[in-house]
Design a protein around this ligand. Structure first.
Ligand code: SF4
Length: 478
């Protein structure tokens, strides 16, 4: 999971992209970068760590031009290194690209590009898309000036070859800004506009909140398979390049996106309120009792508020979060994650002692975090802990960019709910149902539920083994 921003028409482009990246920092903390372009060349600054740590006024001043793209990275395929930081660039034609998602047929495309004598230097799938697009454009024209028709025709071939999830923003030097999204719309991407002193600016972003903060008005979510190209004169052209069945990743609403973002016209905050109501239904059906409702901060908080109202188990923030420690799910290894959880959460004993607690969290992936939190609460005197997950059981790996890409790391892949309940030390465990999830998100069920059902929106069968092996191998090297 990563975050991307793309802007054209701004005399302050690097500063605006920098602001946008700060807003979507929660989508990746491993590395960050910006590429801009003027009429001469591309300018790139990228490196490890947080946006606020890596960038300074000096670096931003080096990023010239009026269009550019930025990226915050959370590693999926590829190693945790500067080599794989984005945006990535290529010289023929001159382009810089930022990508959010994951390519399923990476090895196949790597081999194809090698045969085309295109070198792939990083271990990052953004480079595959970048080099494929460059190759396809060069097949069509050697002219440096590109029209939208050429770019869209090249993209048709790219989308025909790439299997996976991708939302992409790219700056095409001396031409314009390009944004596109995979045919199923798995990863989010919005498009917006603003006017400043008679200057029109356009922007792409992974989340609407970035456009809000930069004062852009959201025009739309890109359609699945849609590409939008804005040329240097700010003419906007769009086309649906290839469309499949909509399959928006439900994890965005459950965990990843900020609650103040709106994805596909569904407010993340409102969906989380709905998820709490859906869990409360199950509570009533099962005749549970508890003294208090406590969220696992922050992603369980919104659902816990409606859960508490509907069940009358009064709302108490019995777990306190240290805001200066990063998100545990996106820490690269289990060992780092374990230490971080202790640093990150602390119970308020006066709220927990002798209480029966309904604990609301967004999901259970590996089970380690849930086990540790329940242990914390029990050691803080909780009489009972009844665990509620706003996501249904995650039984199958995600090959589209969320970091559980092997069966082995998913506690629900081979354990029954009663076994998981025992394993994490809960007095009871209640998962959201798939129907409840679909009702909470809305969108007539047009969401990806592959990690719940094993039914993937793209062909994954022949790639599974390789993908899981690669990820397991990367883990052992981390
Ligand atoms: S498999 Fe699950 S986590 Fe991955 S894209 Fe689909 S819904 Fe999201």
């Amino acid at each position: 999971m990563c975050g991307i921003i793309g802007i054209i028409g701004s005399s302050d482009v690097a500063k605006e992209i920098h602001t946008g990246l700060l807003v979507i920092q929660h989508r990746g903390q491993d590395s960050c970068g910006i590429v801009t372009s003027d009429r001469e060349q591309l300018y790139v600054e990228k490196g490890p760590g947080l946006v606020s740590e890596f960038f300074n006024d000096g670096k931003l001043a080096l990023l010239k031009g009026n269009m550019g793209v930025g990226h915050v990275r959370y590693p999926t395929v590829g190693s945790n290194s500067l080599r794989d930081s984005q945006p990535l660039i290529t010289g023929h034609p001159s382009m810089g690209m930022a990508h959010n998602g994951n390519i399923v047929n990476y090895s196949e495309l790597y081999d194809y590009l090698t045969k085309q004598e295109r070198k792939v230097i990083s271990g990052c799938d953004a480079e595959i898309i970048l080099k494929l697009l460059a190759t396809e454009i060069l097949e069509l024209t050697l002219d440096y000036k590109l029209d939208p028709k050429t770019i869209f025709t090249a993209l048709e071939s790219v989308m025909g070859r790439v299997n996976g999830s991708y939302s992409v923003a790219a700056v095409v030097s001396r031409n314009g800004l390009l944004g596109f999204r995979d045919p199923h719309g798995i990863r989010p991407m919005v498009f917006g506009k603003k006017e400043v002193d008679g200057e029109t600016r356009y922007a792409f972003a992974s989340e609407s909140v970035a456009l809000d903060v930069m004062d852009y008005k959201v025009i739309k979510d890109l359609e699945p398979g849609e590409a939008i190209f804005i040329d240097e004169d700010l003419n906007v052209t769009s086309k649906i390049i290839k469309q499949g069945k909509k399959a928006h990743c439900f994890f965005e609403w459950i965990y990843f996106a900020r609650p103040d973002s709106v994805i596909e016209n569904k407010g993340v905050y409102q969906v989380r309120l709905n998820l709490g109501r859906e869990l409360a239904r199950l509570w009533v059906e099962n005749d549970f009792e508890a003294d208090i409702t406590t969220p696992v901060p922050d992603s369980g908080r919104t659902a816990a508020s409606t859960f508490s109202t509907e069940t009358n188990a009064r709302y108490r923030e019995a777990l306190l979060k240290n805001r200066y420690v990063g998100r545990t799910f996106i820490m690269p290894t289990n060992e780092i994650r374990k230490d971080m959880i202790k640093l990150k959460l602390n119970p308020i004993i006066r709220e927990t002692r002798g209480k029966s607690i309904a604990l609301i969290d967004d999901s259970i992936v590996r089970g380690n975090t849930s086990r540790q939190i329940i242990d914390l609460l029990k050691k803080a005197g909780a009489k009972e802990v009844h665990f509620f997950s706003t996501a249904p059981p995650l039984k199958y790996p995600c090959y589209y960019g969320i970091d559980f890409s092997t069966h082995g790391e998913l506690i629900a892949s081979n354990k029954a709910v009663s076994e998981i309940e025992k394993d994490i030390g809960a007095d009871s465990l209640t998962y959201q149902t798939i129907e409840g999830l679909k009702r909470a998100v809305g969108l007539e069920g047009n969401i990806c539920t592959a990690c719940l059902t094993g039914e993937y929106p793209t062909e994954v069968g022949k790639y599974k083994e390789n993908l899981e092996k690669t990820r397991a191998c990367e883990r052992s090297e981390e």
